[in-house]
Design a protein around this ligand. Structure first.
Ligand code: NAD
Length: 251
């Protein structure tokens, strides 16, 4: 397959931008070997993630929900950032202002070295107390020691530090993401189907506020219509090419 040319006007917009914002979704990590939710590889023991990643599922059977998360954590522990994650680290270094909004819970942007990351759906490596103390901390053990579910020092159940289907996003983090989107000169949408709200709406917010929106996704998405530029390629190929073009144009 011949490579699509990187649009010069997009490179120019990135070089001139005061504020660059990137929104990433599951496709960002696909080339790190992390399954997206839409493909069949996202299934666990025949369950769709939408059946297990809910407050109701946790109330009904916390052990089963934790088995699912323990499986995901153990899988993710072996995954590494890809060339796309690394290109975004470089873009942050050369941009004046840079905000990375991610829907991913895998923590790979942080592992790669990105600094200003807003994890609007939380982080799978964090655990939070469901009892009175509400404590939250990082726990990188994978697999977790048995028995599941894990418990807090206050004896209450711990839950994964992620946002489940039907839950609101962390207000302060989403507020920061909204503000950054409104102020973006360039807004890159990488590897998201645009099906999960309200994160997807951030691209529309940016577009309405005048940002140049560009999509990187091998397939069409619900956000293609708001994108002025579209790179129909995987993130691990397109992002390094795009960032190299920006670096070359800066001289
Ligand atoms: P999604 O599963 O709905 O869509 C994934 C998108 O990525 C699709 O549009 C697909 O065409 C695209 N894609 C596939 N391979 C790609 C590649 N190599 N490069 C670029 N794009 C590629 O994902 P979503 O929109 O992020 O929404 C699902 C929700 O589930 C989100 O909250 C998401 O973050 C979460 N989730 C997270 C992870 C993770 O943390 N890695 C994995 C699965 C799902």
């Amino acid at each position: 397959m011949t490579e699509q040319a990187i649009p010069g006007a997009l490179v120019e917009a990135l070089v001139k931008a005061d504020a660059v914002v990137v929104l990433t979704g599951a496709g960002m990590s696909a080339e790190s070997g992390v399954p997206t939710f839409r493909g069949n590889e996202g299934l666990w023991q025949g369950h769709r993630p939408e059946e297990l990643a809910t407050p109701l599922a946790f109330r009904k059977d916390p052990e089963k929900v934790w088995e699912f998360y323990d499986w995901r954590r153990t899988f993710l522990a072996a995954c590494e950032p890809n060339a796309g994650h690394r290109a975004l680290v470089r873009l942050e270094e050369i941009a004046d202002e840079f905000t990375l909004i991610t829907q991913n819970v895998d923590g790979l942007h942080g592992t790669a070295g990105s600094r200003n990351v807003l994890e609007v759906h939380g982080n799978i490596w964090r655990v939070r107390c469901t009892g009175g103390c509400r404590g939250e901390h990082e726990d990188r053990r994978a697999p977790l020691p048995r028995p599941l579910p894990p418990r807090c020092t206050c004896k209450s159940l711990l839950r994964p530090g992620v946002v489940w289907f039907g839950e609101s996003l962390p207000a302060e983090v989403f507020e920061q993401a909204s503000r950054a989107s409104e102020q973006a000169d360039v807004f890159l949408v990488v590897g998201t189907s645009g099906a999960v709200e309200p994160a997807a709406s951030l691209a529309r917010v940016a577009r309405a506020a005048g940002a140049v929106v560009a999509e990187i996704n091998p397939e069409g998405s619900l956000l293609s219509a708001v994108s002025r530029f579209i790179l129909r390629e995987g993130a691990a190929t397109a992002l390094p090419r795009l960032v190299a073009a920006v670096e070359a144009a800066r001289g």
